[in-house]
Design a protein around this ligand. Structure first.
Ligand code: HEM
Length: 448
């Protein structure tokens, strides 16, 4: 999962401007072909994906675990992917609605109860972690969850640090925490095996039940690496898109009112929120869904991805030599006025018509496309429902939030900027404790 800083972002846009949609450059000394056209991205990710392999720095691979599916291709990748995809398919995640709802309400409640200005992104990270844990383990023992959380946080802190593996550095601490995570996951796996709880329902169940035609099962290391991989892929991305949605709604009071009206209709049909939201209702939130899609386009949380040519490849008369990196630039495609007129305008109505093929790829494309996209959207829909129906207003304080969220050239990557949204929920319920979920409150998104 790639992320870029301000300098990289500005460079990419100006290079596209100077050299067009395909050009070569060097990143940290590695020759790299940048691809900012839908056809070229499709060539690499879909039609000729067998000519390219995923590529990540070794230091990052070590932290996630070398068996995680996104480092692989071919038979091993396809096998793992089927298991992950099945456990994140709509028919599976629909059963998670009550639990996700409970988690979303708990998050909002504790946020409001704190009365503090909090970092929205970090609050959403906690929620996404809990949802990730739920989809992997179902209902897990609290002790295990605390241990996973503590150690995962340490890995997360070290992930983007300079990879110097000497005592005292963030990277070294992350390596130690990663080892501890393997131990904890080993215990969880043994416990399940001992109890013979091999239910298919959650992702761990899918992993444990796997057996290929030769009777081969997955090793504990393979399972552990893929669990950490999924947690990693799910957390910052989902937290980021929810944070961006809140920021975009805050910036457009009319849109917020329209979203609120859509959600209030559902809320009222649930007897003033006393009946829980259903899966079917989450499928019937067209405006809110379009707001999420437009937020994904605008913020382009995964700005680009990397692949490496495994043979010499010819594309439209250009030679991509074996070993060179290629980078499909999702963000540049999402901000190309040819596909998205006035690309810097936040306009959910553009999604009333489906985008042209291969122009909208917030979840990637092809064999490595995101298997968690439905879960991420479900989590966002549920959170938004409870936020706008139970909290009276979102008020901007003082100056506008200083997020830059235009194209690559205008700001930092989606994930970086999303971290810049300090906010506060003020509980002001007239009927405190009187009804469920008693969360009428006031939300203020404050400027930095
Ligand atoms: C808004 C939230 C999310 C965004 C924007 C996002 C984006 C992406 C993208 C762009 C890729 C493809 C990367 C590439 O081709 O190199 C990807 C892959 C992946 N995502 Fe997501 N993702 C999100 C949420 C999730 C969630 C919630 C999960 C799991 C619960 C998840 C699990 C994965 C996995 C396992 C892969 C690797 C798939 C493979 O290699 O076959 N993602 N994601």
């Amino acid at each position: 999962m790639s992320n870029i800083g301000l300098v990289g972002a500005i460079c990419l846009t100006s290079l596209c401007f100077r050299y067009g949609e395909i050009f070569k450059t060097h990143i940290l000394g590695c020759p790299c072909v940048m691809l900012a056209s839908p056809e070229a991205a499709r060539f690499v990710l879909v039609t000729h994906s067998q000519l390219f392999k995923p590529t990540y720095p070794k230091s990052k691979e070590k932290l996630i675990g070398p068996h995680a599916l996104f480092f692989h291709r071919g038979e091993y990748h396809a096998r793992l992917r089927r298991l992950v995809q099945n456990s994140l398919a709509p028919q599976t995640i629909r059963k998670l609605v009550p639990d996700i709802q409970h988690m979303a309400l708990k998050t909002l409640e504790s946020w409001a109860a704190s009365g503090q200005v909090v970092n929205t992104f970090y609050e959403m990270k906690k929620l996404s972690f809990d949802v990730g844990i739920l989809s992997i383990f179902g209902h897990i023992d609290k002790g295990f969850k605390v241990l996973l959380e503590e150690n995962y946080r340490q890995v997360d802190k070290g992930y983007n640090s300079f990879p110097t593996n000497i005592p005292g550095t963030a990277y070294h601490k992350a390596i130690l925490a990663r080892r501890k995570l393997s131990e904890i996951l080993g215990e969880i796996i043994s416990e399940r095996k001992e109890r013979r709880v091999l239910s298919e329902k959650d992702m761990l169940g899918h992993f444990l039940n796997f057996e290929d035609q030769k009777g081969q099962t997955l090793s504990d290391d393979q399972i552990a690496d893929n669990i950490i991989g999924v947690l990693f892929a799910a957390q910052d991305t989902t937290a980021s898109v929810i944070t961006w949605v809140l920021k975009f709604l805050h910036d457009d009071p009319k849109l917020l009112e329209a979203v609120k009206a859509e959600q209030m209709t559902i809320y009222e049909s649930n007897n003033g929120g006393t009946r829980p939201l259903t899966w079917e209702q989450t499928r019937s939130m067209p405006l809110t869904h379009r707001v999420i899609l437009e937020s994904l386009r605008m913020a382009s949380i995964i700005s680009f991805t990397f692949r490496e040519a495994v043979v010499d490849v010819e594309y439209k008369g250009y030679l991509i030599p074996k070993g060179w990196k290629v980078m499909p630039l999702f963000r540049n495609i999402h901000h190309n006025p040819e596909f998205f007129p006035d690309p810097h305008e936040f306009d959910p109505s553009r999604f009333e018509v489906a985008p042209k093929p291969n122009t909208f790829m917030p979840f990637g494309n092809g064999v490595h496309a995101c298997p968690g996209n439905e879960l991420a959207k479900l989590e966002a829909l549920i959170l938004i429902h409870h936020l706008v129906t139970n909290f009276s207003t979102i008020i901007a304080r003082a100056t506008r939030v200083k997020c830059t969220y235009r194209s690559v050239g205008a700001g930092r990557s989606g994930r970086d900027n999303a971290k810049r949204l300090p906010s506060r929920l003020n509980r002001d319920c007239p009927c405190a404790g009187g009804h469920i979920p008693c969360l009428r409150a006031q939300a203020s998104i404050m400027s930095e």
